[in-house]
Design a binder for this molecule. Structure first.
Ligand code: FE2
Ligand code: FE2
Length: 149
């Protein structure tokens, strides 16, 4: 998982930080809605759901259809490096639902689907906000309206 620290997921968030936040939100959702879950599986599946181990922003034939294919790649890598139960496998395989062909079959999988989309949206929006702020700052400086003067 240390490798994930060097890969950006959304905005300025690494895959590692994204996975950690998704796992935390999964626990929060399960606890606050009092949903009976296998907590160990919920955390393990959430931490490994994006264990595809490459930078999807760098164009490469091997991950041309990243949105559709990365759950399969993550599952393959996770099965190679860890011993997973059926819940954890389904969580990883179906986390992009409704994209892809795997259906979320467990409560843990559904919680992961929701938590992942919430975190991805937040990360993408904060990345856009940060980019807009930088563009605004640079354009002010070049237009002579230097905010640092
Ligand atoms: Fe993903
Ligand atoms: Fe994700």
């Amino acid at each position: 998982m240390k490798l994930e620290k060097s890969f950006i997921q959304h905005g300025q968030t690494s895959v590692y930080a994204h996975s950690f936040m998704v796992a935390s939100l999964c626990l929060y959702i399960a606890e606050s809605l009092d949903i009976a879950v296998d907590e160990r599986s919920l955390v393990r599946g959430a931490l490994l759901h994006d264990y595809f181990l490459y930078d999807w922003h760098i164009p490469d034939k091997s991950h041309r259809f990243h949105g559709f294919t990365h759950p399969g790649r993550a599952l393959k890598n996770a099965c190679r490096d860890f011993s997973l139960n059926e819940t954890e496998k389904n969580m990883i395989a179906s986390h992009m639902f409704p994209l892809g062909i795997s259906l979320p079959m467990y409560r843990e999988s559904i919680i992961l689907c929701i938590a992942d989309k919430i975190c991805a949206s937040k990360e993408t929006l904060s990345g856009l906000t940060s980019a807009c702020f930088k563009i605004s700052l640079v354009s002010r400086i070049y237009s002579g309206n230097n905010v640092f003067k």
